[in-house]
Design a protein around this ligand. Sequence first.
Ligand code: G6P
Length: 487
Amino acid sequence: MSKSKNTYTRLLIVSYRLPFSIQPTDDGPALRQNSGGLVSAVLSMAERMGQQPGNTSTKIHWVGHADASLRAVEPALLENESFVAHPVFMEEAVHKGFYEGFSNDLLWPLFHYFTSYASFNERDFSHYQQANTRFLEELNALIEPGDLVWIHDFQLMLLPDMVRKAIPSATIGYFFHIPFPTYEIIKLLPRTWRQVLIEGVLGADVIGFHTADYVQHFMHSVSEVLALPIIGHRIVLADRSVSVRHFPISVDFTKFNVSGQETDVVSTRLRYQRLLRHNKLIFSVDRLDYTKGIRYRLQGYERFLLQQPDWHGRVALVMTVVPSRDKIGQYQELKREIEETVGRINGLFGSIGWRPIVYSYASLTFTELMALYTACDVALITPIRDGMNLVAKEFVASRSDQAGVLILSELAGAAQELQEALIINPTDTQEVADAIEQALIMPKQEQSARMEQMRCHIQNHNVFRWSHDFLNAFDNVPGAEPDLETN
Ligand code: G6P
């Protein structure tokens, strides 16, 4: 394999949230990073960059909005052996308009095709611009020649262009973690907003999406909104070109594959199995969000229970909803509705010894999540729209026993890769009910054949490959040639 010169010295990650908190340790408070896939992927990327000759710093700088726990913290504490955290603080009103308003009350519903939930508010747009500028200010103080800046997600669409204007020679990557919708949806945005948002992301050298469809939708919007020439996967600007590709995000396969055997996971699993004795288990976990199809999921399960009385007392849906964005009206309303429906279904079908739905509104620890992934017979994942859906991939990666059935919505990005799942349309509640029955009676051999294919795919397309492929895409950026040999 050819060897190329690496001109990057440091990796600067920018995302809305900082994936850190300050935790007490025996030596006093210290910076602890979350165990999310993005953090592992970024660490592995930095390890590779750290191997390059002439690279003086292997620490990753991460710029992001911080929660209150980081506000009063000494700068020296914002660092550990791998990361330096750079919290971005902003006025509460600006943050509210940027995060609750423009990001989560407009871009999120619109880009997930929930057009009637979208609220168009000029002040929110101005706060979104101001917040992106705050991120720029933080980066500006940090960025040095040779840095690779990798910006993430829909909250920061303006930032790539802001960085480009401030530092024209910067090398910038941008990854979009949610669906990019068709131009018909983008057209709902006021002309100046859609123009500024698309110009904003075009400040990057490489733009990544999860699926080929999202890339196509983006390209269409670029040609409609800005009438720029497109050659293959490149958008041609006056003085440079931008590469736009799909890179499906994934999980740390090995971590999920081996954790099922850890002592605390085994004991938690046994405890759950004892508590939910004799029942076949269907598991679902999502952030509280209307895009996740929780309403339809409950309707599909109710229909299954109505049509299949033989299963009463023998199956339970263990449904965890993780608290999220609970200051936003739509989310509060959804929570109320879910809880009413769960209560109604349990009241209608349950008995003294049997609860059809075991519901909790809580965050799960990694151990609890692993115990549920490996204890359940079926994972029921029914989003109405989802950029990727990593729960589906985590479930498959955790099933080293090759057992269990994945029921997956065709509207999740993950369905394009996990074709051996039982693929359903979440709004077709009869299809969901039928898939539940099919999953519960599926012979072990068929479960294992389906699992094996999906596991093999995720093992080969894990989160490290995702970040390496993204980094590889910079090969053609003039002046930035990372050494990305793979063995
Ligand atoms: C999605 C988005 C992320 C976001 C996460 C949690 O996965 O793509 O950008 O951070 O949801 O949402 P929150 O609003 O709590 O950050």
